[in-house]
Design a protein around this ligand. Structure first.
Ligand code: F6R
Length: 623
């Protein structure tokens, strides 16, 4: 979840760029940099770590008020055009060389990029063969060289031609030393917004980066290229067709801007899920038929001798682990045991050298999960942390780390971190299956193709269900109890839906394996009980349908989550919410979305603060 800010205009822009980057810090990053153009030269300063390191590198320490001039790395007279970037490492380690901006061979072209260029390996090879030299390990640097390859005096044309050869999801901004009043930017699946001021123009990955300077914005769509000058912006499609776009005025205040125009962080983060999942999976699927988790540095010998996987986690992270268990057992045929971290650590568990213990913790700081991981490590197990936070304690306590890349989550209720964790567990399952030859390659290729399509299906689901979920929430906002029922991969979705509902709406909930209902919970049902059933396509859908019929027979109101195209579920449920078709093991990552929204809208209808529910903290560090 990187951040972009660019400026062209009449004011010295170094401090505007740094201030813009500060507004994008919430997205999370591990390095940062700026490039400034003056007198036909581009100067670049990059630093690993947070923005105070960048400020120090450009001669602004954190305690010094930002001034318009000065700074050791700043050319004189002050630059009035430049680029800034915060990077969250995907391709290449966290180093100064890999931080953006990146340049071409001549040093004239500089770019900043968010997202991932999927065909970077083949482009790097082609460019190397024609003599281009690279100074970083990143996919982003390729783009600077691609623009160089196509450059013939016209920066927009060079960007347009380079853009046409890229694949993936990304947004970038380019600057050329010979064009001191032009930035050219392009967007494919990653956000990019132009801010139009008086004699100056900004381009950024999110509005907060320039909201203090202008409220007039132009949004870009996929496949569009924009040429930005102090006078404004000109948009074309990739084939060169001009695009007319009206300037819109942003009416949000600063606080709303941080929420991206959404009324709460939680809703914003729900809508960030396509991005969070795409960032987590894309570069780990380098080609159509394999997953690459070589970053884990787990030997083939260990994988051959692997006896079982133990997953330890708390709360929502535990639920992501449960989904992972189904995936790993289904695809890789490795037995998986699940444990609540606070139970595991006090249980004197049997664990040893041929076990892989996976601690899932978005914060990387949850005391019980850390203790469980440490205990397993002391007993000789290999310990992997699955976390969202670089440098967190979990990363130091583990033998190996798999990062989710969901960006900073401000809402206390975990949403985008859950889907990112689930996606990471899918990657782990596929990688284990292929490394242990546990599953036919053609089946692996099929599920990989489905997994790659998940980010866009998350976007489609959110857009298609929200209105209906809101209506359902209205009819049940005063319910005194919600029951959630599911089987197999539907069960963790229910557990997660029920947790979301109780933590933000304070309405009691229970989540049960649907087959267990007749052993007790059926006594809870009456006409006032909303029952949420996860009934997406799977080999046990028939069984779930029978459970729904049992619930309906007690007069309860069934809200079902079904797969598009299915007609049986709607025949037995009162209300049916559809999610797109995909491989049945992947359905949880889509099925959870309506349940997040349901909890959200029920809580909002009850005027509750969803970002800060009572008695809860984002990180639980007490034992
Ligand atoms: C629920 C929620 C919590 C966390 C749990 C573990 O919305 O956020 O249940 O999932 O406290 O936190 P991490 O993943 O940081 O270890």
């Amino acid at each position: 979840m990187c951040g972009i800010v660019g400026y062209v205009g009449g004011r010295p822009c170094r401090d505007l760029l740094v201030a813009g980057l500060e507004k994008l810090e919430y997205r999370g990053y591990d390095s940062a940099g700026i490039s400034l153009l003056t007198d036909g030269h581009v100067e670049t300063v990059r630093a690993v770590g947070n923005l105070s390191n960048l400020r120090a590198a450009i001669g602004l320490d954190a305690d010094t008020p930002v001034s318009a001039e000065g700074g050791v790395a700043v050319a004189t007279p002050p630059a009035t055009i430049g680029l800034g970037h915060t990077r969250w490492a995907t391709h290449g380690r966290v180093t100064e060389e890999n931080a953006h901006p990146h340049g071409d061979c001549t040093g004239h072209i500089h770019i900043v990029l968010n997202g991932i260029v999927e065909n970077h390996t083949e482009l790097r090879r082609e460019l190397s063969e024609s003599g281009h030299a690279f100074s970083s390990e990143t996919d982003a640097e390729i783009v600077a060289h691609m623009i160089e390859k196509h450059y013939d005096g016209d920066l927009t044309e060079a960007v347009r031609n380079a853009f046409a050869e890229l694949r993936g999801h990304y947004a970038f901004v380019a600057m050329h030393a010979d064009h001191p009043d032009v930035l050219v930017a392009a967007r494919q699946e990653c956000p990019l917004i132009v801010g139009v001021g008086e004699g100056e123009t900004f381009v950024a990955s999110a509005i907060p980066a320039f909201l203090a300077e202008t409220r007039d914005v132009l949004g870009l769509k996929n496949g569009e290229i924009v040429t930005v000058t102090p006078e404004g912006a000109r948009i074309v499609e990739v084939d060169g067709t001009p695009v007319e776009r009206e300037i819109e005025e942003v009416t949000w205040d600063e606080e709303a801007a941080e929420k991206g125009g959404y009324s709460t962080f939680m809703l914003k983060e729900i809508h960030e899920q396509p991005d969070a999942v795409a960032e987590t999976i894309t570069d780990r699927i380098p080609d159509a038929d394999s997953v690459d988790l070589s970053e884990l540095e787990i030997s083939q010998e260990f994988l051959n001798d692997l006896r079982r996987i133990v997953i330890v986690a708390c709360g929502t992270s535990y639920h992501a682990g449960l989904v992972g268990r189904y995936a790993i057992e289904q695809w890789a045929r490795v037995p998986v045991e699940m444990d609540i971290a606070s139970e595991y650590r006090y249980r004197d568990p049997v664990v040893g050298t041929n076990d892989l213990v996976v601690g899932i913790t978005q914060s990387g700081e949850t005391a019980d999960t850390l203790a469980a991981m440490r205990l397993a490590r002391e007993r000789g197990a290999k310990v992997m942390a699955l976390t969202n936070v670089m440098g967190s304690q979990a990363t130091r306590d583990a033998d190996t780390v798999l990062y989710t890349r969901a960006g900073l989550e401000m809402g206390v209720a975990a949403t985008k971190t859950f889907t990112a964790q689930t996606a990471a567990m899918y990657l782990l399952g596929i990688w284990l299956a292929q490394s242990r030859d546990a599953w036919p390659p053609e089946k692996i290729a099929e599920v990989i193709a489905e997994l790659k399509g998940i980010p866009s299906k998350i976007g489609t689901t959110l857009a298609s269900v929200e209105e209906r979920v809101r209506a359902i929430a209205r009819s049940h906002a005063e319910a005194r109890f919600f029951l959630y029922l599911g089987r197999n991969i539907g069960l963790p979705v229910c557990l997660e839906g029920a947790l979301k509902m109780k933590e933000i709406s304070y309405i009691p909930t229970d989540a049960y394996a649907a087959g267990e209902m007749k052993h007790g919970p059926i006594a809870l049902l009456d006409e006032s009980t909303p029952v949420v059933c996860v009934a997406t396509d799977s080999p046990i859908l028939e069984k779930v349908l029978s459970n729904i019929a049992e619930v309906r027979a007690r007069g309860a109101d069934v809200i079902a989550i079904a797969t598009e195209g299915n007609t049986q579920v709607a025949e037995v449920a009162d209300q049916t919410l559809y999610v797109p078709k995909t491989d049945w093991v992947l359905q949880p990552i889509l099925a959870v979305l309506p349940l997040q929204l349901l909890a959200y809208h029920v809580a909002r209808l009850n005027n509750l603060n969803v970002d800060q529910p009572r008695n809860l903290a984002k990180t639980v560090t007490v034992e």
